[in-house]
Structure formats: structure tokens, C-alpha cells
Write a protein that binds this ligand. Structure first.
Ligand code: ATR
Length: 289
């Protein structure tokens, strides 16, 4: 049982409130992760889930501002819809077309997308040299946008997009080429992904394939080599089929839980300018996956 003094430390008249807007929201790990980080730093802050129906988003945001809420994470189905409601949106979030973090200062709302920077954190921890990295990206949706922008901003000189619906990959490729004219960016139909893998050092799955048992295998095992870093943004299961096969073939693998923690770490940095207790949070979250 929590003692009176523990509770007094956890909440006061000056407690700053944070939360996550989504629908449904009960599955979210963010309240646990962010609360742990606030407590780790002994900050007088609370982080709570807010189930917000799609048609209530403008009212919910106005309410958050009126109530003096200091920051929000934004998840499905609001990540795109929130953009026009904000006072300011970062260039990156604008390009991605989605916001997952809002900082509220003096009643002004500033939207960010921390998926890309969060994606990079585990690669930085592996001391990947981005200038020497050639990336093969599976998928061309919202997550692929965040991941590709982050890699290109980090200095990745060559990137190939493969998507089930090729037109979507062509479109993302065009957008990226305009923004990063110095990089070599290509797109190709998914059937060529396995062959293309040998010419790339980093392979990233940005699709949801692997989330459900019985999902198709995106790449044959022969596509993977020990030199590869293989990153799957799917975080349930902890090690997807793709990662298991890549690991058996000797590749270095990065599970999606790292990006989940990374995007949270970046949101926390925006709000508090503090570092995330990543190791402890990984131990906290892993058994829940
Ligand atoms: P997110 O924002 O999570 O990226 P999204 O924008 O809907 O979601 O994009 C989902 C991505 O997963 C797309 O690249 C999608 O391919 P299509 O553009 O062809 O739809 C990809 N995807 C989903 N299911 C897939 C499957 N069974 N096989 C291959 N790709 C799949």
C-alpha cells in the first residue's frame, strides 16, 4: 500500500499533468513508461490516458489547454487529424503528416513527431555510422515516412523503398528525393526486395506484417547475412519471425520495443529536457509485450 508520504511526493498542488489522447487507449504502454521516467527523476508530474473519440478531438485539445496540461502524446486515430488544430508543427512532423507529441507552453501548442528520432536511438547505441549505411525499407506508409526522413537526416546516403503497392513507394520516393537531393533514393516492387537486400547494410520493416500469427514472411531467410542490421518496428511479439530468421542467419537485430522506448524518450526530452532511464524501462516493458 502507498504510504501518505509517498503519495505526497507523487502529487501536489503544483503537479504538472501530461497524457495520451487516443481511441482505444487501454492497450497503451505510454502511461507506464512515462510515469516511470517522471518518478525516476523525482518530477512532480502525472501522465494519464485520455480516451478521446475522433469527433471530440478539437474539444479535447481545447480542454487540455484550458486545464493547463503541459504535454500530450497523440496516437491512433488522431495523429493526422491533430495537425491543423495546433499553433505550430515541426518541419519533420509536417512532412510525415503526423504528430505524436504535443508540447503546451503558455497556452501555445507545438506538434512534433518523435518516431523518427526514436527509431534512430538504438542504431546510435549500436554505433552505426550512418554515412556508411545503405537502407532497404519495407513499406511506404506513415511509419516508413518517419523512418526514412530520420535516416536521411542522419546522413544515410542511399535508401531503397519496397512496398506491396508500388505506387505508394514511388510517391514517397519522389517526396524524399525533393527534400534530400544529395541522397540516392530508389523504389522498387516488393518482389525485388530479397535480391536488393544483398546491396544494403540495414533492412527495416515498417509494415505491420509480423504482428499477427500466420502473417506472411516478408523476406526469405537467404536474404539475410551476418553483415546486416535488421530492424523491425513491430514490437509484439518481441522478436518477430523476421527478426528470428535474420538472427539465425547471423544478422544483428533490433526489435520494435527499442523504437517504442525511443519515441517515448524523445517526447520526454521535449517536455523535460531530461534523459530517459532506457535500461530500466526496457526491463519494465519487456515482460508486458
Ligand atoms: P503506418 O502508419 O503504420 O505505416 P499505413 O500508413 O497504413 O500504416 O502503412 C502500412 C504499410 O504496411 C504500407 O506500406 C502497407 O502496404 P500497402 O501500401 O501496399 O498497403 C504495408 N502492409 C500492410 N499489410 C501488408 C501485407 N500483408 N504485406 C505487405 N505490406 C503490407
Amino acid at each position: 500500500m502507498t504510504s501518505g508520504s509517498e503519495l505526497a511526493r507523487a502529487i501536489s498542488g503544483g503537479t504538472r499533468l501530461y497524457g495520451i489522447l487516443g481511441h482505444p487507449i487501454t492497450h497503451s504502454l505510454s502511461p507506464l513508461i512515462q510515469t516511470f521516467a517522471f518518478q525516476h527523476h523525482h518530477l512532480d508530474c502525472l501522465y494519464v490516458p485520455f480516451p478521446v473519440q475522433p469527433d471530440r478531438l478539437p474539444t479535447a485539445l481545447a480542454g487540455a489547454i484550458a486545464l493547463g496540461i503541459c504535454g500530450l502524446n497523440i496516437t491512433i486515430p488522431h495523429k493526422e487529424a491533430i495537425l491543423p488544430l495546433l499553433d505550430e508543427v515541426s518541419t519533420e512532423a509536417e512532412f510525415i503528416g503526423a504528430v505524436n507529441t504535443v508540447d503546451i507552453r503558455d497556452g501555445r501548442t507545438i506538434g512534433y513527431n518523435t518516431d523518427g528520432d526514436g527509431f534512430l536511438l538504438p542504431l546510435q547505441a549500436l554505433h552505426i555510422v550512418f554515412a556508411d549505411t545503405t537502407a532497404l525499407i519495407l513499406g511506404a506508409g506513415g511509419a516508413a515516412r518517419a523512418v526514412t526522413v530520420a535516416l536521411l537526416r542522419a546522413g544515410c546516403p542511399e535508401l531503397t523503398l519496397c512496398n506491396r503497392t508500388p505506387e505508394r513507394a514511388y510517391r514517397l520516393c519522389d517526396d524524399l528525393c525533393q527534400r534530400f537531393p544529395q541522397a540516392q533514393i530508389n523504389s522498387m516492387p516488393f518482389e525485388h526486395a530479397a535480391a536488393a537486400a544483398r546491396d544494403h547494410s540495414l533492412i527495416v520493416n515498417t509494415t505491420a506484417v509480423g504482428l499477427h500469427p500466420g502473417d506472411p514472411q516478408l523476406l526469405p531467410e537467404t536474404a539475410f547475412r551476418p553483415e546486416h542490421v535488421v530492424y523491425d518496428i513491430v514490437y509484439r511479439p518481441l522478436y518477430t519471425e523476421l527478426l528470428q530468421v535474420a538472427k539465425q542467419r547471423g544478422a544483428t537485430v533490433v526489435p520494435g520495443i527499442e523504437m517504442l522506448i525511443g519515441q517515448g524518450a524523445e517526447a520526454f526530452r521535449i517536455w523535460t529536457d531530461r534523459t530517459f532511464p532506457t535500461l530500466a524501462i526496457r526491463h519494465l516493458v519487456q515482460p508486458l509485450i
